[in-house]
Design a protein around this ligand. Structure first.
Ligand code: BJW
Ligand code: ZN
Length: 244
């Protein structure tokens, strides 16, 4: 993207944001990439090396909980030292300026809250939380977990409190997300390939309800043509320029 058209597109987004009272940001793995978090799809993505069906489905966990925990414990180790980047921080700044702001993230890494974002909806859960498969208790746990962690209350097997393929998202979370998407005047979609439902439909949903929709991604996505503006490039470089 040449600097002239980038500048024009930035101006369009800034103007839409300055007019909007209700703004939503929807983020995916790409916003955390510059912090060192691996994405899922693409050349270096997690699903290049691991099969999602072996690791991120309830069937996989039922078949081999040890293998699934090995994958999540490896990712917890990898994520523990990572810090938010300029893109996360730009969204904190944006939240401070907009009367009604909601950040909807598909990410489970917790980096938005670590950056200081307050209104955060985690659609796919959080890797630092565990849920008991016996009693359903959810707890935050950042410690080094054993191969098969057990619930402190009932002794049941714990699982990561994340949403796997084929599982429903928390209906309260989903409801709040769609309400915000329907009523916002501007939606920023950052660093998501737009492959996974229901998040993938939020951009078009906002558009149909009259919102201005802008996308920031390294590359075009399936819905790119349907949005008002797409900025191609790194979120950590572009988002601070949007918000400045
Ligand atoms: C940069 C960058 C930089 C890189 N700057 N950009 C309707 C039709 C068809 C199927 C379905 C449907 N509804 C539901 C389904 C089934 C399924 C689904 O969507 N399947 C599709 C694959 C077809 N959905 C579900 O099962 C969901 N449940 C559900 O809907 O329940 C009801 C139901 C069930 C079954 C049938 C019908 C209804 C649950 C989905 C749960 C997703 N879980 C995961 C794992 C979470 C835990 C974990 O992390 O281990 O969530 S999968 C994985 O994908 C993770 C992510 O949150 C999610 C999205 O990925 P994301 O964020 O887009 O990452 P990438 O890697 O794909 O893309 C990164 C992007 O960043 C790229 O575009 C890069 O270019 C860009 N990028 N660096 C800017 N520096
Ligand atoms: Zn329990």
């Amino acid at each position: 993207m040449d600097e002239k058209s980038l500048k024009e597109n930035l101006a369009v987004i800034r103007q839409a944001l300055s007019r909007a009272h209700r703004v939503v940001a929807l983020t995916g793995a790409g916003i955390s990439a510059e912090s060192g978090v691996p994405t899922f799809r693409g050349a270096e993505g997690l699903w290049r090396h691991y099969r999602a069906t072996d690791l991120a489905t309830p069937e996989a966990f039922a078949r081999d909980p040890r293998l699934v925990w090995e994958f999540y414990n490896w990712r917890r180790d990898l994520l523990a030292p990572l810090r938010p980047n300029a893109a996360h921080l730009a969204l904190v700044e944006l939240e401070g300026r907009v009367p009604e702001f909601l950040l909807i993230t598909q990410n489970i890494d917790g980096l938005h809250r670590a950056a200081g974002s307050r209104q955060v909806l985690e659609l796919h859960g959080n890797i630092w939380q565990v849920r008991c498969t016996g009693c359903g208790r959810i707890t935050e746990d950042r410690t080094l977990l054993p191969e098969l962690p057990a619930c402190g209350a009932c002794g049941g097997l714990l699982r990561p409190h994340v949403v796997w393929f084929g599982e429903s998202l928390d209906p309260m979370v989903l409801n709040r997300a769609f309400k915000a998407v329907e009523s916002c005047q501007a939606l920023l979609i950052i660093g998501t390939s737009g492959n996974v439902q229901p998040a993938a439909s939020m951009g078009l949903h906002a558009r149909r309800h009259g919102a201005f929709v802008a996308e920031i991604n390294l590359e075009a996505t399936p819905a790119t043509g349907a949005y008002d503006v797409t900025l191609l490039g790194k979120a950590g470089e572009l988002l601070p320029r949007v918000v400045r």
